[in-house]
Design a protein. Structure first.
Length: 241
């Protein structure tokens, strides 16, 4: 397989797009731009939407906004906690509309993907001993899968927790992003009660890392030894992820 790796930025949205054809890259960029513009229009009309840390419903009929709002309500966080996943999701769907059978969009650690073959998704968890040493062997999936990570110790995202990484798997990419934030805010090695609020029909698995401690919830892809190239990780800036 000949893979194209494309770096795309639009203000705070910083992505890496993987595809087999340039037309699929172009479609992803178009989907990302349209979703980002929809979010910006909503914030311009209702600034509270872009600032609150609590669930909130603005007046908007945009799909990307409704996905963020729904995810935020379920996870108990602000809508912007789901923005990176929701935007990546829009880009991945745009790729599928062109007939692509493979596509990955990494939006600052929040990934939307679909693939006709197995993919390795590395675990980057700051100074944790397992960081960059293991990866998830994600099986082929025809539908879009969200793999979203939040961290209290890595990157610019606002977090109220202590986790080095919380990775959430869900076919609802916005929800994976929102729950990654919520779990990262609350989980501790001696308190994993936040996981009891998750609907297992919506979130397939959660993997948490705090130093040497790891915790698993639900059904996760196999975790395998790997050498993760940290330099390939897409780093966000100011947009919450």
């Amino acid at each position: 397989m000949c893979m194209i790796r494309h770096h795309f930025e639009l203000r705070e949205t910083i992505t890496t797009i993987l595809a087999e054809e340039q037309s699929h890259i172009d479609a992803a960029v178009d989907g990302i731009v349209r979703a980002r513009q929809a979010v910006e229009r909503c914030i311009a009309g209702d600034p509270f939407f872009g600032a609150t840390f609590e669930p909130y419903t603005p007046e908007s009929d945009e799909l990307v906004v409704s996905r963020m709002v729904s995810a935020a309500k379920k996870a108990g966080v602000g809508p912007m906690a789901a923005v990176a996943g929701a935007i990546a999701w829009s880009g991945a769907e745009a790729m599928q509309e062109t007939g692509a059978s493979y596509g990955v969009i990494d939006n600052g650690g929040d990934i939307a993907l679909f693939s006709d073959h197995e993919l390795l998704i590395g675990v980057h968890a700051g100074s944790s001993p397992i960081s960059d040493r293991v990866a998830f062997a994600v099986p082929p999936t025809s539908g879009v899968l969200g793999i979203c990570t939040s961290s209290a110790t890595v990157g610019p995202s606002i977090s109220f927790g202590i986790a080095d990484a919380v990775t959430v798997f869900s076919p609802d990419v916005a929800l994976a992003d929102a729950w990654a934030t919520a779990v990262c805010n609350e989980i501790r090695p001696d308190d994993t009660s936040v996981l009891l609020r998750i609907n297992p029909e919506e979130v397939t698995g959660v993997f948490s890392v705090i130093g040497e401690w790891t915790g698993s919830y639900g059904t996760l892809p196999p975790l395998v030894r790997a050498h993760v190239k940290a330099g390939l990780i897409t780093a966000g800036r100011n947009f919450p992820t």
